[in-house]
Design a protein around this ligand. Structure first.
Ligand code: CA
Ligand code: CA
Ligand code: CA
Length: 322
């Protein structure tokens, strides 16, 4: 029973059985990692443990490629196939209460790989994950394998078997420290996923350089200067300065009477000379008068890009008072 109902032939059951037998034969020669393996049948929701967050795909458009609904998770094109949103309300799918009603999803949207996509990779771009869980509705069976940043296979969820026509999901979970990406597989057009829950870092890591390196609380300077560089492909020109805070409390100066807030040539620069632009912001140093002096102090800078994506970075300076 294929997932998508129109235009395409139904996959032959015989071929699927042969493929399964071939796979079982192959797997018996492979050492399968079992760290954190978990397969739970007949579930309807994916609980979100502390520190984790959920993607339910409900903000999608039917047929659109899933790019990145959040920072930190990248739905990677795999063997030429993209992750795609499906909207059951279109009636194109055998997803309850449409078509044959074989498959199910939570809400209206799910994720799949299109008719021919057998396996899909999801990368954790802002740091490794230790937990990744997903609900699947499947005819062919499906599994998650997890890999570290050096492509070592470090965990597998185990196999979710045929579970269609019963209105529930099988929940697959991999748990292992240092997961850089996961691959969900197996046969195209014969499974869908919904409700990803993971602890993958979902905030852009920023490199922050705060000057002065030594802050004299009794000095006469007016500003603390901060150079923010973003990881990945994020553009510092997209930083919304009105959202930038030092130590979650002190707002960046945005008054346009200061040239350094109004002219991009003044606030966008490659301060450390590594070829990547930084955004310079300044904070009123009177806001730091309550810091303890005499030792190193870690300062945190947070903010949002214009599209609401959060970033965070820290730097350590010395604080003196003399
Ligand atoms: Ca959904
Ligand atoms: Ca510095
Ligand atoms: Ca730079």
């Amino acid at each position: 029973m294929t997932l998508k109902t129109k235009k395409f032939d139904v996959r032959s059951k015989t071929a699927t059985v042969i493929l399964c037998v071939m796979m079982i034969a192959t797997m018996s020669f492979v050492v399968v990692p079992i760290a954190g393996a978990l397969v739970e049948g007949n579930v309807t929701t994916n609980p979100c443990p502390p520190g984790c967050w959920l993607i339910n795909f409900e903000d999608g458009n039917d047929g659109a490629v899933i790019l990145s609904p959040v920072p930190g998770l990248q739905f990677t094109t795999t063997m030429g196939y993209d992750w795609i949103y499906g909207d059951k309300r279109t009636g194109y799918y055998n997803v309850d209460p449409y078509g044959s009603r074989a498959y199910c999803c939570n809400g209206d949207f799910f994720a799949w790989l299109g008719i021919p996509g057998h396996q899909g990779r999801i990368d954790f771009t802002q740091g490794t994950a230790s937990y990744f869980s997903v609900l699947t509705s499947t005819y062919s069976g499906v599994a998650i394998d997890a890999y570290d940043s050096e492509d070592n296979w470090i965990a597998t969820s185990g196999w979710a078997s045929y579970n269609i026509f019963n209105g529930t999901f099988t929940r697959l979970t991999v748990e292992a420290p240092g997961m850089a990406y996961i691959i969900i597989h197996d046969k195209g057009n014969l499974w869908l996923i919904d409700d990803i829950v993971t602890d993958a870092p979902d905030i852009i890591e920023a490199t922050v350089d705060i000057d002065p390196d030594t802050l004299n609380l009794k000095g006469k300077g007016k500003w603390i200067t901060c150079y923010i560089e973003l990881s990945g492909d994020y553009d510092v020109a997209d930083i919304d300065a009105t959202t930038v805070l030092l130590n979650w409390d002190i707002p960046a100066v945005v008054d346009t009477q200061h040239g350094f807030t109004s002219n991009p040539e003044s606030y966008l620069m490659d301060h450390d000379g590594d070829g990547i632009l930084e955004c310079m912001v300044k904070f009123d140093r009177t806001g730091l008068e309550t810091l303890d002096s005499g030792g190193p102090v870690e300062l945190t800078v947070v903010g949002l890009l214009n599209d609401g994506t959060p970033f965070r970075g820290t730097d350590t300076i010395r604080v003196i008072s003399k």
